[in-house]
Design a protein around this ligand. Sequence first.
Ligand code: GAP
Length: 462
Amino acid sequence: MTDSTPLESLEPLVSLCKRRGYIFQSSEIYGGLNGFWDYGPLGVELRRRIFDSWWSMMVSQREDVVGMDASIISHPRVWEASGHVSSFYDMMVDCRECNRRFRLDHMIQAALDNGTLDEIFPGRDNSVPPGEGEAPTRCPACGGELTEPREFGLMFETRVGAAADSKSVAYLRPETAQAIFVNFKNVQMSARQKLPFGIAQVGKAFRNEVTPRNFTFRSREFEQMEMEFFVHPDEERQWFDYWLDARHAWYASLGINPERLRRREHAGDELAHYASYTTDVEYKFPFGWAELEGVANRGNFDLTQHGEHSGKDQAYFDPARNEKYVPSVIETSAGLDRTLLTVLADAYDVDEVGGDERTVLRLAPHLAPTQVAVFPLSKKLAEPARKLTDDLRGQFHAVYDDSGSIGKRYRREDEVGTPFCVTFDFESLDDNAVTVRDRDTTEQERIGLDQLAEYLGGRIGR
Ligand code: GAP
């Protein structure tokens, strides 16, 4: 478990991510594109490890969940049937003076949290919270006049084919889930699955968010890790509870401090149009508690909609019950980018070593992009140290570094979260042993070369 001091702001993490090659702003040399991010060499490694951990828990280790990978663009009628064309929008307001744009619900929530309702609702009795349909009139940033709230469609539109008429309009998917629903029968029959069973998918989703913010937390392009679990309607609650426990536990298995994780049940007025109940797993970010994942009971909403809109019956014949029914669905919907941000934010720490301040990422060793760094004490030892790095590479993500003092090399590796540094010194030539230094405690141990891989394997784990 991470034992770091909680971050007060994301700023130092954003700067570390750029400096060390975790995450860059997209198209930075052209001034950047708001809501889009690029992952650098360390970022892609961490992404891959989080993906692997999710896939292993949700698919590889289970008999009752199978995977799929659908196209990003699907028939536009999918999004009519799912309700996204009619319901997937946010209400927004613009300031007529400073031209800032706000999501209405976020603006009101922030004013409620900060006790500043009088600023955006001047002249109103603000001892009672605003009701549905009440719109603020003044900008929280400059006090200027606000426009009336307007709907802001969240789906990115594109065109398919050469014609530029309304029939060619298609959408970049705003969630990966719908492709699972429209393939329910294909997968169930081809994989010969019996209920209860699930279909999992990891892939890009796109939302034209009104106000992308908090680094990668709310982006316009992001990756989802979703699983739809198909069950008999009588078994909704038991599977919902099961998956909520399992998903909450997964975040702790990534080394995230459990005290910074909690569950929050959605109130009736915040439920998505398809859900009868939803509970989020949340993390305590520097900007407050925020959603990492939603576990939702979607009932039979999606399969029924697709059955009606396509004319293809989505009912399932259950041989064990001798009953035909449209299955209910328990959904677990996580964000890969959000999980990665959480892992980094939770791991970021500043402490003191030998009287000097050091920045350290206390990543769980099995997630760290670099697991072992090998240093020759002197460049004269480059050859055996390089050979050792190559040997370790078969089992671990190992790097070789011979530039700067050993202290400087330790600091570089601490900052990117490398859990173990191995120093090959002159004595190593005689005693066939190396010094292994632990990132978190900075303690050093002498380990025989013939024991090293086993030792590191045991410490790094999964
Ligand atoms: N299929 C259900 C669904 O899409 P959601 O709560 O809208 O539900 C699920 O999204 C997860 O996807 C969120 O918990 C979050 O981790 C991730 N996500 C959603 N919007 C995001 C955004 N704009 N940027 C980054 N991640 C996002």
